[in-house]
Design a protein around this ligand. Sequence first.
Ligand SMILES: NC(=O)c1ccc[n+]([C@@H]2O[C@H](COP(=O)([O-])OP(=O)(O)OC[C@H]3O[C@@H](n4cnc5c(N)ncnc54)[C@H](O)[C@@H]3O)[C@@H](O)[C@H]2O)c1
Ligand SMILES: O=C(O)C(=O)C[C@@H](O)[C@H](O)[C@H](O)COP(=O)(O)O
Ligand SMILES: [Zn+2]
Length: 367
Amino acid sequence: MTVIPVSGGAFATYDVVVGRGLLAEAGARIAPIARGRTVIISDETVAAIHGATLQASLEAAGVKSEIVAVPPGEASKSFAELERLMDRLLAAGLDRKDVVVALGGGVVGDLAGLAAALYMRGIDFVQVPTTLLAQVDSSVGGKTAIDTPRGKNLVGAFHQPRLVLADIDMLGTLPDVQMRSGWGEVLKHGLICDAAYFDWLAADGAAGVTGDPAALERAVVRSVEIKSAVVGEDEKEAGRRALLNLGHTFGHAIEAELGFEEAALAHGEAVALGCCMAFRFSVERGLCEAAEAQRVEAVIAAAGLPTRLDQAGAFEADRLIALMAGDKKAEAGGITLILARRIGEAFVQKDVDVARLRAFLKTEGAA
Ligand SMILES: NC(=O)c1ccc[n+]([C@@H]2O[C@H](COP(=O)([O-])OP(=O)(O)OC[C@H]3O[C@@H](n4cnc5c(N)ncnc54)[C@H](O)[C@@H]3O)[C@@H](O)[C@H]2O)c1
Ligand SMILES: O=C(O)C(=O)C[C@@H](O)[C@H](O)[C@H](O)COP(=O)(O)O
Ligand SMILES: [Zn+2]
């Protein structure tokens, strides 16, 4: 078991606990925070698989709980589902000192975190991430949000959890496509700032994407360490935190064009594709060697993730550009992209030349 503290000047320090068998002992860790009762927010799939274990563990630690389950999938990150959820929390009679527990993937964590940020102007919450993506990324750092048809995560809040419990054993029931999707964010962490980590992920660590628990545990720990360091320095993305968005300006635009239809593309798949595009655009701009981009593509493809735009569908360059201009990193109408000088060295590029970006998207196959 590894405990990684997340600490920044502006928020209370919390621990991310990574290990095996943590769900069955979660109650003892949550009880000191939960004051005798809690509402577990989950999705219907996860609640059916893991809900009873968490409830039994809470019960044994003297914490009564009820589960509120939303439909699985990105569509639950919506105003409609948020409204239903707030009503369920009010009906449960939670007060300001109560906490909610998010049991699920990034969808549940983002939605439950936002509900906690809004409920009575903000109550505490605990993250129990059940997907690889949520363990390495979304449960840490306090970004919470819902989507709108105009784009991903456009309505949200920064609200840090009190505790994160990442039980590697829960990944045993995860579908392969979700394991690959999480691996997209894992590879992203290496690409941003840790070439040695990327080398390991490309070699021995690659066993993680096929479910090897030891490789998974090491990947979760290293990714959380990277994310914790970045978030501790820059909670609200005034600067360095934007690096965690490598692959996302392209990826989010592609997801929005596909109507957030995960059957077409899961978030981490879109991020993996977006990372390839960011490296290729860096090469086109003369900022990065072509060999680096080719290696990124080879490693991403070997993990069964998409590397080319046409693998995701048919797109129009101007529609993707309009969505990218609506991204939260955009400033005064100028598009911001995260680009790279090499594997392990990403940087923030503001005011991207739109004509060059359009031409690039056309070379990528957009109409
Ligand atoms: N807040 C952040 O910092 C952050 C970071 C990355 C991604 N995200 C967001 O996270 C979301 C994607 O999260 P995700 O990839 O975890 O998807 P998800 O939450 O939709 O989960 C994927 C699927 O796996 C199922 N599932 C979850 N855990 C399972 C388990 N242990 N066993 C079996 N099935 C299980 C779910 O029911 C769902 O159908 C996106 O909305 C993305 O924008 C947020
Ligand atoms: O934590 C961050 O910061 C990230 O950018 C992590 C991303 O993987 C994640 O998808 C995040 O939700 C994207 O944030 P957004 O601000 O671009 O919506
Ligand atoms: Zn992401």
